[in-house]
Design a binder for this molecule. Structure first.
Ligand SMILES: *Cc1c(COP(=O)(O)O)cnc(C)c1O
Length: 488
């Protein structure tokens, strides 16, 4: 990045300098625009990481910001619209959101009319809260209906509604969930312990359909099936295509369950479903995102693979009336929309999501989709997958000193690489080196990886998510750093 040359992390000196210049007392008169600007540009910005400006920041799943998205975000700030109520005679902001959500649905090979409840959120965590809240509303009402009565969490509250519905446990049945799913369960009064692992012991990212059935059949229970698409450590997808989704759908319908998909970064793989794509090495990834249209709610992140600035996520669900029950901002006449009664009216965002006042986060998404289109985003994704697979092939080579995870002794290298999406999980073969691997890699400051644990041992992880990925230079730098680390 411009201020840091080739480095993806600021120098220690820049960090210390920035901390030493931070104001700790509120200045009574203020330092003024010019001094404040100078302080930000000279003290603070040089001490920020290069996650947006460098394609070699591989931590978490970070993404970046496409130039057009940065431009649009600046406009969103300058214009400071509050996209809360649909007011078509006053601003076009809600129409832009609606258009962005429709284009986004199409980018992801979804029919917008199948997902009448669609809205932008602050990120995938918020989307998981929204998706599970809709799920909770549905499964309790459905259990009550099957008992010949009526109950709604939105009106009665969780305690009274579950009592009326005869529910003693609400369970979220899943495989290797992202931590935010448990957080969402806690926020919604379901509790961390409601999240139950029903994975196949021989392939923990997959469902054990036997275990799933056993839990779904538990008396006096109501369930949400949560699909991890993809799993955050390995990038592996929980499901294997239309046949499995059809089975899950019919199980869910039998038991009055809801299907939620956490596809924060995996959803972008649906670009590979475009009929123009014939590359056979994508078959496994395509299978992982096929059939997701049969789910009830889907979480996506825009600040990850879509490469727009934070804070930007989205949620798609199948039922607008259900969402309006959960998220209705009741009895606020001053917030009513002038167009609420027209049949194709855009629903006011405040009645279908968590927030009341909200920023115009649709604008950078709208602008990026307009500027890059399907082909532009597909080309970025293909470069990201190609780089991740090159890195995976490098660490998998017997002479590298590393090993690619998960270990899959029965599979050929080609088969293992075909499972690689944009995440590469790996470790050093030498356990002493492996324990400090992430620190050593990141000490280079030329690339940045995240640490995690895998099967009880330390592991490191590349997430290739930046739009500026360059398969040739980036691969050389990665190989250089990994080579130096293993030789030291
Ligand atoms: C990143 C991520 C989340 C959380 O997303 P935020 O946007 O950070 O809230 C949830 N689920 C998965 C699978 C993720 O990768």
């Amino acid at each position: 990045m411009s201020t840091q040359g080739d480095l993806v992390l600021p120098s220690q000196a820049a960090l210390e300098h920035a901390r030493s210049t931070l104001l700790t007392d509120l200045p009574s008169d203020g330092i003024g625009y010019e001094q404040a600007q100078h302080h930000l540009e000279n003290d603070i910005v040089p001490a920020l990481n290069g996650s947006s400006k460098s394609s070699r920041y591989y931590g978490f799943v970070t993404g970046g910001s496409l130039p057009i998205a940065t431009f649009a975000d600046k406009l969103a700030v300058e214009e400071d619209q509050n996209v809360q109520v649909h007011l078509p005679n006053e601003t076009v902001a809600t129409n832009v959101e609606d258009a962005a959500l429709k284009m986004l649905s199409r980018l992801l090979e979804f029919e917008p009319s199948d997902w009448p409840h669609r809205t932008f959120t602050t990120g995938a965590t918020a989307s998981n809260v929204v998706g599970l809240a809709c799920g909770r509303e549905h499964i309790v009402a459905e259990a009550a209906r099957r008992r010949g009565t009526e109950a709604n969490v939105s009106d009665d509250g969780l305690l009274a509604a579950t009592q009326k519905a005869g529910i003693q446990t609400i369970q979220i049945l899943t495989t290797v969930p992202h931590s935010s799913l448990r957080k969402a369960a806690s926020i919604l009064g379901l509790g961390h312990n409601s999240v139950i692992d029903v994975s196949d012991p021989s392939a923990p990212h997959r469902f054990s359909h036997d275990l799933l059935q056993t839990h779904l059949s538990k008396p006096n229970s109501a369930s949400i099936i949560a699909i991890s698409a993809a799993e955050v450590n390995t990038g592996l997808f929980a499901t294997t295509g239309l046949a499995e989704l059809t089975t899950l759908r019919s199980l869910a319908d039998t038991h009055g369950a809801w299907i939620h998909v956490d596809a924060a970064f995996g959803l972008q793989a649906r670009l590979l479903l475009s009929p123009t794509i014939t590359n056979p090495s994508y078959t496994t990834l395509q299978a992982g995102v096929t059939g997701l249209h049969l789910a009830d709610s889907i979480t996506g992140d825009a600040h990850k693979m879509l490469n727009v600035p934070y804070d930007s996520g989205f949620i798609l669900t199948k039922s607008l009336p259900l969402a309006q029950r959960v998220f209705q901002n009741p009895s606020a006449a001053y917030l009513s929309s002038s167009a609420a009664s027209s049949p194709d009216a855009i629903p006011s965002p405040l009645h279908i999501g968590l927030e009341n006042s909200r920023r115009f986060r649709a604008l950078p998404i709208y602008a990026s989709l307009a500027a890059h289109g399907r082909a532009g985003y597909l080309s970025i994704l293909e470069k990201q997958i190609a780089l991740a697979r090159s890195i995976a092939a490098y660490v998998a080579a017997p002479s590298s000193g590393y090993e690619l995870l998960p270990l899959d002794p029965g599979a050929s290298l080609e088969e293992r690489l075909a499972c690689v999406y944009v995440i590469v999980l790996f470790r050093a073969k030498d356990e002493a080196l492996n324990e400090g691997l992430v620190e050593r890699v990141n000490a280079s400051r030329r690339i940045y990886v995240s640490g995690t644990r895998w099967e009880g041992r330390a592991a490191a992880r590349f997430a290739v998510a930046n739009w500026g990925v360059d398969g040739v230079t980036d691969l050389e730098v990665v190989k250089g750093v990994l080579g130096e680390v293993v030789e030291k």
